[in-house]
Design a protein around this ligand. Structure first.
Ligand code: FEO
Length: 394
């Protein structure tokens, strides 16, 4: 990838992965991603912030050679996950004098995951500084951005924060900076939703800590660089806050049309009450879109038929995901149908133990929905409206 100079002698040397379409064999990447890495040349020492995914390590090394850097003294590892650390062993082979600078927990993980030997490390403490001569790096421990070892690196003189995953976006773009704010906002929200939402409370604390730092630029390790840091910091404040929106997220699946008919009716009943509803037919859903939708919704309603006495497997997957991502939703309910019996609603209730939601009584039809079922769906929509009013969001 083309190298860009962010400030004098501070280079973006990372790589776009334009056509990657899946992360962790789980998360869809509609816009690809990037593995950002930054070279900081001080008057005495040279530091590389994060490496890249091992599939792109050749390009990282080529970029470093293009700058004609004779040496790297420090490889700062903010996070041990392989999309940022996987290229470190190669960097150490190319620059044998380099040392990996990180915290004790990350060191342990890098030894386990990448077999980097003990003598290659310099271990740092929270808030410790490292001089590059005319430039100084400060390390800010931020456990549970989504792993326990994560830290942020702050370049004091230039007021640049290198937060690795935090504030990042899975977005391959030729823009160095977050110019297209609408696009970057959506990509960053998707990224937050997919991996950081379960750690919302931890991230609130990290945001508080960052108030003590003057930040002119945020240079994450995925997606574009923020030249207006308040844009992404404010977005994170909103997503991690306890505020929810007057919205219902409605993942559903139907086999023979009963749940589909109920879904149609329920969507209209909700719209009549001026509540935003985001339906997701689970046979066609990008799970990233679903994750993004539950970041700030007040209510989640699951729609499913009964299959072999329980929820449809597509609904099980969606419920599992919602439970694992721990959104801040306040209310939940279930819409469904059955032919001959089962304990589908009970099974869904058992699967959402992580969610701090009030369960609103479900609407379950025997077979195709009839007049009394439609009345019950109206009552459910009304009930949700009242609940939303009671929280003050309307
Ligand atoms: Fe981008 Fe948690 O790695």
């Amino acid at each position: 990838m083309h190298i860009r100079e962010i400030k004098e002698k501070i280079y973006a040397v990372g790589v776009n992965h334009w056509d990657r379409r899946l992360f962790d064999e789980l998360i869809p990447l509609p816009d690809g991603t990037s593995y950002n890495s930054y070279l900081i040349i001080g008057s005495e020492k040279i530091a590389l912030i994060d490496a890249v995914d091992p599939s792109k390590e050749n390009e990282l090394i080529e970029n470093l050679k293009k700058i004609n850097t004779q040496k790297i003294d420090y490889v700062i590892s903010n996070h041990a996950e392989q999309d940022h650390s996987g290229g470190i062993p190669r960097v150490l082979r190319e620059f044998p004098m380099a040392k990996v600078v990180t915290n004790a927990k990350c060191k342990g993980m890098l030894k386990d995951l990448l077999l980097i030997p003990e003598d290659k490390f310099i271990e740092v403490q929270d808030n410790e500084s490292l001089s590059l001569g005319n430039r100084t790096l400060q390390f800010i421990f931020a456990p549970w951005v989504h792993w326990p070892e994560t830290m942020l690196t702050y370049l004091k003189e230039d007021r640049i924060l290198f937060p690795c995953d935090l504030f990042g976006s899975h977005l391959a773009t030729s823009d160095l900076y977050a110019i297209d704010e609408a696009k970057v906002y959506a990509a960053a929200k998707r990224y937050y939703a997919e991996i950081m939402m379960p750690f919302r409370k931890n991230i609130q604390k990290h945001l508080e800590k960052l108030k003590n730092f003057q930040i002119d630029i945020i240079a994450p390790s995925h997606g574009p660089v923020y030249h207006k840091p308040e844009f992404i910091i404010n977005a994170y404040r909103d997503w991690t806050s306890d505020n929810v929106k007057n919205e219902i997220v409605f993942p559903y699946v139907s086999m023979h049309g009963s749940v589909e008919k109920m879904a149609e009716y329920f969507i209209d009943a909700v719209m009549k009450r001026n509540i935003t509803i985001k339906p997701f037919n689970l046979t066609k859903t990008d799970i990233g879109e679903l994750a993004m939708a539950i970041v700030d919704t007040a209510t989640i309603v699951i729609g499913t038929p009964t299959v072999l006495t329980g929820p449809h497997p597509a609904a099980v997957y969606a419920v599992y995901l919602c439970n694992a991502l721990r959104p801040k939703a306040r209310f939940a309910s279930i819409i469904g149908s059955y032919s001959w019996g089962g304990r589908m609603p009970e099974m869904i209730k058992e699967m959402i133990s992580n969610l701090e939601v009030e369960l609103i009584p479900p609407v379950i039809a025997k077979g195709y929905p009839k007049l009394e079922d439609f009345k019950a769906l109206d009552a459910l929509a009304e009930n949700i409206l009242e609940k939303h009013r009671s929280t003050g969001i309307i």
